[in-house]
Design a protein around this ligand. Structure first.
Ligand code: GCB
Length: 595
């Protein structure tokens, strides 16, 4: 090995050891309700497809001092990237990049006595390593959840420089793993904030209806800082509530009171202003109250049976061929879901940005939120349990006060034959219930059998979950074996609600290339027929509590390679990538208006 190679290897080893000790913190809840300055905007970038920037230590931003000095990198004179946004979509030469981009932003800070400063990232896909003024402050893995670093002790008065190494390389033991059917948008894809708090502040809270109750509010408040034990008020002006509690030495205050509440539901998406006040901090939020439970084979919202009219959505604005990250993007996608007649959105296959979740709640859409535990992930990798746990906590901490969120989905299409899958799903199910018992949990499975027009749902892993969620592509990947309405069902558990979480097929809007009854021409008529048949079949499904087509709108997926019909887009949308309604849209729209 020559000296150059030796140095690189040494450097990577040191880096790996060091980084494993500098993890990001769990982000504080309700970042948009804080004293925060946005660090969005243009960031300088260095594109580093070979990953050499670690060895060159680009975060040191060295500049020539002597006549003989030179450095083979510089942020100045390089490309600018918009944050939030994916780097892939901002320069054509970055379209297919799965690797490192270094980001740099200079910001002003004025450290104040008795104040604390945090750097908060809504999400960076997939790994982030963050430096402040040349020093490593920590790293984070996972492309869809928030994280933060406290920089109180290291921030300078005046100009400060953040450098983020964002790397979207897919990993065998990543979450998701190597294979997935959506576009791997890399970079700083969500908002970045500098948050100022008092020395002791309200870090987190849970204020929701107690499960199985329509009037008992339950939860807790968590104070962070040296003054942990404080009097805390929960004020809900519209309910005339001024509830007083006190945090203990660990900073935890219990919350429990009764009130007559106008409950949140899709028909009445009522949110209350809730003010959480301690001596050293005040945070306000808009919180709804609802109960969601399973009773026998039904799902009850506020005590009444509800049919879930769902739609799957990826976090992408197809009109921009870009990751969805703004309020406007969320309005676009969710308005389409409303027009279709939905009362729930399945935000597939990872936690979407906070705008999506909050706006859905405001618009009267229930939310299904999902971990990126997808298909063939490596459950047996030694680091997997920890990765799943961390992402679960990050997701729940961010959204546990959203009444709209009724389901935590812990995985999609995992397989019984994958080593350790059953025990890992059982474990994460148990943890989720421990962290949050006010919602339903599920895991989506697609391994059912289908013979003699009978669907055999056999996977006993459903025992850990509240809902049997099934992805089935009858009429598309799997040809029908009989009349859809005569489909027979064998269920591994007959006492649980059943939800068809995906079904559908592809169509290119306006496709007029060949026979309408042949799949290979991607015609709207072919897709429409699948939907007609599916709707007939739904009547045969025992314990059916809802359905959710795959999916709202065509989306980018590089594995979809057909040069005429797909061109890098998964065409299972009910809408084209321009928002045009395909024929199948109307079938679903009618079904939802009648059910
Ligand atoms: C599925 C997956 C979804 C895919 C979809 C498809 O079963 O859950 O992520 O993209 O099928 O289009 O095949």
């Amino acid at each position: 090995m020559n000296r150059f190679k030796q140095l690189i290897v040494m450097f990577f080893i040191i880096n790996v050891i060091f980084l494993s000790h500098a993890h990001a913190q769990l982000a504080m809840t309700n970042v948009y309700g804080r004293d925060a300055v946005s660090l969005n905007g243009q960031w300088n970038a260095i594109v580093d497809p070979t990953g050499i920037g670690d060895w060159r230590q680009v975060w040191e931003e060295r500049k020539p001092e002597k006549k003989t000095d030179f450095f083979e990198y510089s942020f100045e004179g390089g490309p600018l990237l918009s944050v939030p946004g994916s780097f892939n979509t901002q320069y054509p030469e970055l379209t297919y990049l799965e690797g490192t981009v270094w980001y740099k932003k200079v910001f002003d800070a004025k450290p104040e006595k008795a104040k604390r400063l945090f750097l908060h990232f809504g999400a960076v896909n997939y790994q982030a390593t963050v430096y402040l003024n040349g020093d490593l402050i920590g790293s984070h893995e996972g492309g869809f959840t928030p994280f933060q670093f406290e920089i109180t002790d290291v921030v300078r008065n005046g100009k400060n420089t953040i450098i983020v190494k964002a790397n979207n390389q897919r990993l065998k033991d990543g979450l998701p793993g190597l294979g997935y059917d959506w576009f791997n948008y890399g970079g700083i894809t969500r908002d970045v904030h500098l948050i100022k708090t008092n020395a002791s502040f309200i870090e987190d809270y849970l204020i929701q209806l107690k499960s199985h109750s329509l009037e008992d509010v339950t939860g807790w408040v968590k104070v962070n800082g040296s003054l942990r034990s404080q009097e805390i008020d929960i004020i809900i002006p519209d309910l005339n509530i001024n509830y007083k509690t006190k945090s203990n030495r660990d900073g935890i205050a219990k919350v429990s009171f009764k009130s007559r509440i106008d409950l949140w539901s899709p028909d009445n998406p009522r949110l209350y202003e809730v003010i959480i006040k301690s001596k050293t901090d005040t945070v306000s939020d808009k919180i709804g109250f609802r109960s969601i439970e399973v009773s026998g084979t039904k799902i009850l919202l506020n005590g009444e049976s509800i049919f879930l009219k769902g739609i799957n959505i990826h976090e992408e604005n197809p009109l921009k061929s870009e990751k969805a990250f703004s309020e406007e993007d969320a309005i676009l996608l969710l308005s389409w879901a409303k027009e279709l007649g939905c009362n729930i959105v399945r935000l597939a296959h990872y936690p979407h940005n906070e705008y999506m979740v909050k706006l859905a709640e405001e618009m009267g859409l229930m939310v299904w939120e999902e971990l990126p535990v997808y298909q063939h992930i490596e459950f047996s990798s030694p680091s997997m349990k920890n990765k799943m746990d961390v992402m679960l906590r990050e997701m729940i901490r961010r959204d546990r006060n959203r009444a709209g969120v009724i389901i935590w989905s812990l995985s999609n299409e995992t397989y019984d034959f994958t080593p350790k899958r059953n025990e890992m799903l059982a474990d994460i199910a148990k943890k989720t219930r421990r962290i949050d018992d006010t919602r339903l949990i599920t895991s989506v499975i697609n391994n059912q059998g289908y013979e003699n027009n009978t669907v055999n749902v056999w996977d006993s892993v459903y025992s850990h979950f509240d809902i049997i969620s099934i992805n089935e592509y009858l009429g598309w990947y799997v040809p029908w074996q009989g009349k859809p309405e005569d489909t027979e069902w064998k269920l591994v558990f007959n006492d649980k609600p059943v939800f068809i979480s995906e079904f559908g097929g592809e169509a290119l809007f306006g496709s007029n290339f060949g026979a309408k009854d042949e799949a290979a021409y991607w015609s709207e008529e072919y897709q429409e027929k699948i939907y007609r048949d599916q709707v007939k079949m739904f009547a045969s499904v025992p314990n059916l509590v809802g359905v959710s087509p795959w999916l709202l709108v065509d989306y980018r997926s590089l594995g979809r390679m057909h040069p005429i019909y797909q061109k890098g887009w998964n065409r299972k949308g009910l809408l084209s990538e321009k928002g045009e309604r395909k024929k199948a849209w109307h079938i679903m729209n009618k079904y939802f208006s009648e059910n």
